[in-house]
Write a protein that binds this ligand. Structure first.
Ligand code: HEC
Ligand code: HEC
Length: 301
């Protein structure tokens, strides 16, 4: 039923869009010129690439793939998406890109050709990355050996295969995140918020989505039953975690090791989040994330 409602809506939208020349509608803003003059830090960039899951999603280690040479397929309600090759290969990777191309792709979800990316790529979270974060990531990506593996084309059925229709999706659902630090909250809490709501994109899995695959703001962290492959992620609202016996220390520990307060281990995609991502983070960052997760409310967007 949800699928049918989605299809009907998108069909209407596409009918309308054809009339207004949406295909040629330009999107996004020019990244700042100063970006090219920033000195990137490889180590910090590699750390960020772990925290943000770039390595987890864009590598297919289970199939013996090289780091960042392309990820395992993501089977969503809208189609199958393949995280592309991000190595320095000039044909199949980003070898021919500029840092501005990279910044536009990661923070705005727009390709060097000006085409919108599908939000399966969690770029709306990465809009919180600063220019320095982008420079650091870019410096780290320059050290990745070129691997000449093409990225498979995504597989979606009409109307979801119409990439330009994402321009409407953007107009309807994309908003600038509020990156100002929250007064009266500790530095650790604010750092935690930046990681959780930004780079580590916890809400990509733990927040429910609407008919069009956009996160529902009022359902932030309340759990989500439509993960790729029909899996679900539980609520990580402070009240639910507290009721489940979690506190700041046990959460920081679980994000580091995958071991829960009950002595169980995380399964499913949460195991990957830890194995390829949060398991590499500093104790200070793990505590910062746990501090924010265990104590936040919707008024503090
Ligand atoms: C949940 C999985 C996931 C994560 C995490 C992720 N990506 Fe992606 N990424 C994708 C998918 C899927 C696409 C393809 C989107 C499309 O085809 O519209 C993509 C596309 C891209 C592209 C465009 C590549 C091209 O050839 O056009 C870049 C650049 C990129 N990602 C960089 C990153 C960086 C940097 C990070 C970490 C900060 C990251 N991604 C994290 C899934 C992911
Ligand atoms: C790729 C999807 C995905 C992402 C991203 C993700 N999670 Fe999860 N998370 C899950 C799934 C799936 C489970 C259920 C794991 C299980 O069944 O063992 C889970 C479980 C959890 C639990 C256990 C809750 C409970 O009551 O048992 C916590 C806590 C948690 N995640 C925190 C986080 C935090 C913090 C982040 C951001 C750093 C995050 N998750 C990012 C998918 C995800």
């Amino acid at each position: 039923m949800r699928r049918l409602a989605r299809a009907t809506l998108l069909l209407c939208v596409i009918g309308f869009a054809g009339g207004v020349g949406l295909v040629a509608w330009p999107i996004g803003v020019e990244p700042p010129r100063t970006l090219e003059r920033l000195e990137g830090n490889v180590e910090r960039g590699a750390y960020l690439a772990r925290a943000a899951g770039c390595i987890a999603c864009h590598s297919n280690f289970e199939e013996g793939g090289a780091p960042l040479a392309g990820g395992a397929p993501l089977n969503t309600d809208f189609g199958i998406f393949y995280p592309p090759n991000l190595t320095t290969d000039p044909v199949h990777g980003m070898g021919a890109w500029t840092i501005s191309d990279f910044a536009r792709a990661v923070r705005q979800g727009i390709s060097p050709e000006g085409e919108p990316y599908y939000p399966t790529f969690p770029y709306p979270f990465y809009a919180r990355l600063t220019d320095q974060d982008i420079a650091d990531l870019w410096a780290a990506f320059q050290t990745v050996p070129a691997v000449a593996v093409p990225a498979p084309q995504y597989e979606a059925s009409f109307p979801f295969d119409q990439r330009w229709a994402l321009k409407l999706w953007r107009a309807a659902f994309l908003s600038e995140p509020d990156t100002a630090s929250v007064d009266g909250r500790s530095e650790a809490w604010n750092r935690g918020k930046w990681l959780v709501r930004g780079a580590a994109h916890c809400g990509a899995c733990h927040t429910d989505r609407n008919f069009a695959g956009a996160r529902i703001a009022t359902r932030i962290f309340a759990g989500n039953d439509s993960l790729p492959g029909g899996k679900s992620a539980p609520s990580i609202l402070p009240s639910d975690l507290q009721a489940g016996g979690w506190d700041v220390d046990s959460l920081a520990y679980a994000l580091s090791t995958g071991v829960t307060p009950e002595g169980d281990v995380f399964g499913g995609s949460m195991a990957e989040v830890v194995n390829y991502g949060t398991g590499f983070l500093s104790e200070a960052d793990l505590t910062a994330m746990a501090t924010y997760i265990m104590d936040n409310d919707l008024s503090e967007n």
